[in-house]
Design a protein around this ligand. Structure first.
Ligand SMILES: [Zn+2]
Length: 297
């Protein structure tokens, strides 16, 4: 296994249903159409790049009115393709209240998903708003890490009024810093380099042991210089590799990262060692490796 990709979205028809009215602007930004793939084609994309992937569900219905990618679908991908998909990320819409809390617990306990992903811009909520604290409390008690989108987003980009989406929900200070302080045993991964608030994110990463960052969604050469410099230094145990597939190709991001001239030993940490430790993935990776051996016989 070359890497663990902690941040992937399904490229199947479920993806276009969840992106909905934002698709045209997203395709314009990426400069290419996003053709829906079959499940087998999607699995093959990761097999070819020798990557174990963690896929993400979707539910921002209350705010965007778009379709849901269910937690059952994400869990089923691991069941159907155990050699390439590690148990991924559950998503619940925080505005669905008690129903969402129950669904989150079911997704972790019964479906055995690894953690939960949150998209404050799309879901229209501030993570540090105390009304949503029961979610962090539950995740902390379940030992389930949370992956929270930080910084700007491709969704709504280039649309009038950004499609009505507000970036302020994804600002690391105070959103992430507050919940990291109030839930010190909750493992938090800031998704993406948090631009234009990368320096705020670096400060939190240095200050709080329970906070990490995935560098998904950015071609390595465009990762802000301050962050890139710290990746080899003070943040070498805090950065997790992610691609943001299907927007970006996992293999291409890995190749480009390898060319960035990071210090010896740091590449292995970013490619998989940090994810193994922070997300406690050892057993899940062993199971995937066993499935891969079985498949190659
Ligand atoms: Zn993403």
């Amino acid at each position: 296994m070359r890497a663990i990709d902690v941040h992937c979205h399904p490229s199947t028809k479920e993806h276009s249903v969840s992106v909905g009215k934002y698709m045209a602007a997203l395709e314009a930004m990426l400069g290419r159409p996003m053709r829906s793939k079959s499940e087998d084609e999607m699995a093959e994309d990761f097999r070819r790049d020798d990557v174990f992937a963690m896929l993400i569900a979707m539910d921002a219905q209350a705010e965007t009115g778009e379709g849901v990618i269910t937690n059952d679908y994400i869990a089923g991908l691991t069941t159907r393709h155990p050699d390439v998909f590690l148990p991924g990320w559950a998503v619940v819409d925080p505005w669905k209240g008690k129903l969402a809390l129950a669904e989150l617990e079911r997704a972790i306990r019964d479906l055995k998903l690894t953690g939960t992903k949150w998209m404050p811009i799309l879901q229209g909520f501030y993570p540090h708003d105390h009304r949503f604290y029961p979610f962090w409390d539950l995740c902390q008690s379940l030992g389930a890490p949370v992956l929270i989108h930080c910084g700007t987003t491709a969704i709504g980009s280039g649309m009038e009024g950004g499609g009505g989406l507000k970036l302020d929900y994804a600002r690391p200070l105070p959103c992430i810093d507050n919940i990291a302080a109030d839930f010190p045993k909750l493992t938090i991964i800031m998704a993406h380099p948090a631009w234009p608030w990368t320096e705020e994110a670096i400060a939190i990463l240095l200050h709080k042991t329970n906070v990490y960052m995935d560098i998904s969604g950015w071609r390595p050469k465009y990762i802000p210089a301050t962050l890139k410099a710290e990746m080899s230094r003070r943040l070498q145990d805090k950065i997790l590799y992610g691609s943001d597939y299907p927007g970006w190709s996992p293999g291409q991001c890995l190749d480009e990262l390898q060319m960035e001239g990071l210090r010896d030993g740091v590449i292995e940490k970013i490619f998989y060692k940090n994810a193994l430790r922070a997300l406690k993935l050892a057993d899940k990776v062993k199971a995937a490796e066993a499935a891969a051996r079985l498949r190659s016989k």
